[in-house]
Write a protein that binds this ligand. Structure first.
Ligand SMILES: [Zn+2]
Length: 153
């Protein structure tokens, strides 16, 4: 867990995408990465607008305090547990229904349960990944990126 320790400065860096080369079966991205020069606040959150080192585009990043970041990690962990519980319950119920009436495996119900297990798995996997990488930094990222800028966690 050493690499997830919350220091005075966020560990996440921002990246400016220099180029993307399309190869036959993958795309190679060449990013330039820079530290986010924001000191972690004692409480609440702190926003700053900086100019990208490469292209001078202004980018706004928000850094949360240690307690606020821990609260977010807890939320991701709870989402992970809820997703895992959904998988477990759905699988157990499907198994139970199957045992109960082999002749008539309740159609709609099984579909719903399958959704519960697949959806639960996706929620759990996403939650786990966010839990692991949560560093209390918000800003232009993969989804809201401006001109190829994102956060490297
Ligand atoms: Zn840039």
């Amino acid at each position: 867990m050493g690499n997830r320790q919350l220091g005075r400065h966020p560990r996440s860096r921002y990246t400016h995408l220099l180029s993307s080369e399309r190869h036959s079966n993958y795309t190679q991205h060449r990013p330039a990465t820079f530290a986010i020069p924001v000191e972690r606040p004692v409480k609440g959150c702190q926003s700053t607008t900086l100019a990208c080192e490469t292209c001078r585009t202004s980018l706004t990043y928000t850094v949360f305090s240690i307690p606020a970041t821990r609260a977010r990690r807890w939320a991701w962990l709870l989402a992970t547990l809820a997703g895992a519980a959904s998988v477990l319950l759905s699988v157990l119920t499907i198994h139970h229904l199957g045992e109960q009436n082999r002749s008539d495996p309740g159609g709609g119900m099984t579909g719903l349960l399958a959704l519960g297990s697949v959806g639960g798995f996706i929620v759990a996997a996403t939650g786990l990944s966010f839990w692991w990488h949560e560093d209390g930094v918000r800003g232009p990222g993969r989804l809201t990126g401006i001109g190829g800028h994102s956060i490297k966690r």
